[in-house]
Ligand binder design. Structure first.
Ligand code: AOF
Ligand code: ZN
Length: 382
């Protein structure tokens, strides 16, 4: 059955199977139809260094790809990186039409559409572009902006408080919500916290999901890819990089973030003198505190595509103020405090016109708590 939107929707679904394991590469899905319009093969990119989605789908389709159509969520690459160009694979398979959703913003790999056209393939793009953008938001952001995609996570009561008046904050949300946080952490390349949180809670900042992901593809892709990437960053055991924003180097030498269970980077001001034995990065310090853009640039340099920001309303406020939050994940507990620390500190808003607007993208129940996902934007009805 030839329903282009349905085939692309399936390709987006396939791309999503790679979420959390393809970094620093994109997630990509592909559906190949035979000349009669029947599905002949499907594929997705599972881990960096592995075959691209198109190649997986073409392999599954075999000879049936000849004269057929390929639906791909990202423009087929036209370069030789860790694998050969997908344009070449598509031409060799004799595919007659290629429909892709999002153009490849990576200058090294782009130009696939043109190449295919030049070889007589019918090429179209833009189908379900929004959906394909959304699934690949982290990678697209990192390539377009040259900085990691930042998710700010917080847990709060219904009245938006993350700690009681005396500062106690343990277990506002349920074990289910905390488990979900660990799952999200595991899919990120870095976990960022402020020194306030390190001093107050002495967190480990590691990803400790109780069970591996429910997705079999993710499970099989994870270990090899994770450790290859970890080795690149000088990491051990493939844990996300832990990052402490600590301009005056107040992290105690005995803090749990420095336990060696995962790599840790401590970001300090370039003028700070310290004897702290840790992987330190010195960054400019201005009126807004540590230069967070410089921090993100450094993280990107270390191969971080997606960063998970948590721990510290002050630090979160600075990220929000500077427009560096790409996604908010809020866990809201059905409880009230009435006083105590707000989830977000100063975010540079003094009057309502300066409000930071977001659009809800997802609402779900996690155990007894709500999980809300929002991205910057203006709700249409406003
Ligand atoms: C992927 N998976 O399915 C497609 C990609 O280093 P390489 O050879 O794996 O190439 C990575 C680039 O290839 C990537 O940045 C993107 O521009 C392009 N397309 N990449 O990882 C895929 N189709
Ligand atoms: Zn490719």
């Amino acid at each position: 059955m030839d329903d282009p939107a349905a085939h692309m929707a399936r390709a987006v679904e396939l791309a999503a199977l790679g979420l959390g394991t393809t970094s620093p590469n994109p997630v990509v899905g592909c559906v190949v139809l035979d000349a009669r319009g029947e599905v002949a093969g499907e594929g997705f990119h599972a881990y960096a260094g592995g075959p691209h989605a198109e190649v997986v789908a073409l392999r599954a389709a075999g000879e049936r790809a000849r004269g057929g159509t390929a639906y791909v969520t990202l423009e087929p690459c036209d370069h030789t990186g860790s694998t050969g160009p997908c344009t070449k694979a598509l031409l060799a398979a004799g595919v007659a039409r290629v429909v892709y959703a999002v153009p490849d913003p990576n200058p090294v790999a782009a130009g696939g559409g043109e190449r295919l056209r030049a070889h007589g393939v019918e090429v179209a793009h833009g189908l379900l572009e929004e959906e394909a953008e959304r699934v690949n938001a982290a990678w697209l952001t990192s390539v377009r902006l040259g900085r990691p995609y930042v998710t700010w996570k917080f847990a709060a009561t219904l009245d938006g408080r993350s700690a009681a008046a005396d500062g106690t904050s343990k277990w506002i949300t349920s074990p289910e919500a905390r488990e979900d946080v660990h799952r999200l952490r595991a899919g990120a390349d870095a976990i960022i916290a402020g020194i306030g949180t390190v001093l107050a809670d002495d967190p480990l900042l590691t990803a400790r999901p109780a069970k591996q992901s429910a997705r079999p593809a993710e499970r099989s892709a994870r270990p090899a890819e994770r450790s290859a990437r970890a080795a690149e960053r000088g990491a051990v055991r493939g844990e996300p990089l832990r990052v402490v924003v600590d301009s005056r180097a107040r992290t105690p030498q005995g803090a749990r973030v420095l336990d060696g269970a995962a790599p840790t980077l401590v970001a300090i001001a370039d003028s700070t003198e310290t004897g702290l034995a840790a992987d330190l990065v010195r960054l400019p310090y201005g009126p807004d505190g540590l230069d967070l853009r410089a921090l993100l640039t450094e993280l990107r340099r270390r191969g971080v595509v997606s960063a998970f920001l948590e721990g510290g309303p002050t630090l979160a406020g600075s990220f929000v103020r500077q427009g560096l939050v790409d996604r908010v994940v809020a866990y809201v507990a059905p409880a009230l405090l009435g006083s105590g620390r707000a989830a977000l500190g100063q975010a540079g808003v003094s009057t309502i016109a300066g409000i930071h607007s977001f659009v809800f993208e997802e609402v779900s129940l996690i155990g007894p708590d709500l999980r809300l996902v929002a991205r910057p934007g203006t709700p249409k009805e406003k």
